[in-house]
Design a protein around this ligand. Sequence first.
Ligand code: CIR
Length: 289
Amino acid sequence: MAQSSCRSRHTMAIARDIPNSFVNAVVAHSADQTNVSLALARKQHDDYLSTLREHVPTLCLPPIEAHPDCLFVEDSVVAVGDTAVITRMGHLSRRGEVDSIKQILQQLGMKHVYDMREGNDSDNNAAICDGGDVMYTGRHLFVGMSDRTNTPGFNFLRDVFANHGFSADDIIPVPPVVAGKEVLHLKSAVTHIGEHTLLAPEGAAGDDALNAMKAFELGYEAIRLPDMLSCNAVTVNGHVLAQDAPCKVSKSRIEQACKERTLGLTFVDTAELAKKDGALTCCSVLLSI
Ligand code: CIR
């Protein structure tokens, strides 16, 4: 079991504004790949940040025009408690996003900052990882294998976090049954609302993901949703930010689940970001420092 220090409240979040180049962001999985409206994307992103700021102080970094996907800060770092791993991102076009995140974490006083890029040259089997594949539930660190995260990337995370409060059994590789195939990342399909409750899609995709995670053996229950995008929610200090998707059934199940767990809930629409495979978790990094 991970040390209790890993479970403390979120004290801060990092986000990043949307660059004009966002219209050219990478996309592979979105069902809606129509042209992005920058104005609408920015309005939705602002609404997301306003909601987040009601629950945690949020630092929003300036955009990097050279990196159209830079608003998706979640992918650049895996942070648990006082320990962070700067990732070597799976998509080549995104690798330059991480330097400023590393600098900010150091300035904020993050005690242990490791850099996956160090010691990993350009060989084909070098470690890669996107933070969207990594889910810390407060009990376990799940690492989804995908097109963006590989076994050396998992090994790097395991070696770091095994030295910082986790036992080896708490760091769990998840085979690429869904992530990389149907969706971009593990957290595009499964997120958590609390230490024991997961949101996962209905049907085979959800079954496969939950089985691959050994979710039930590990004591999780799953709220199953008909809408995949709705499975990506941010839980911050007892409040859930969920997708304001057109799927009423998904929304009412999330409402019920939050009510039963005395969690607050706000629905936020980020459909314009979803056109570039973005969801809710990807727009912030939650810290407990
Ligand atoms: C990408 O393909 O990398 C971006 N267009 C989307 C990244 C979304 N990240 C996330 O869900 N963690």
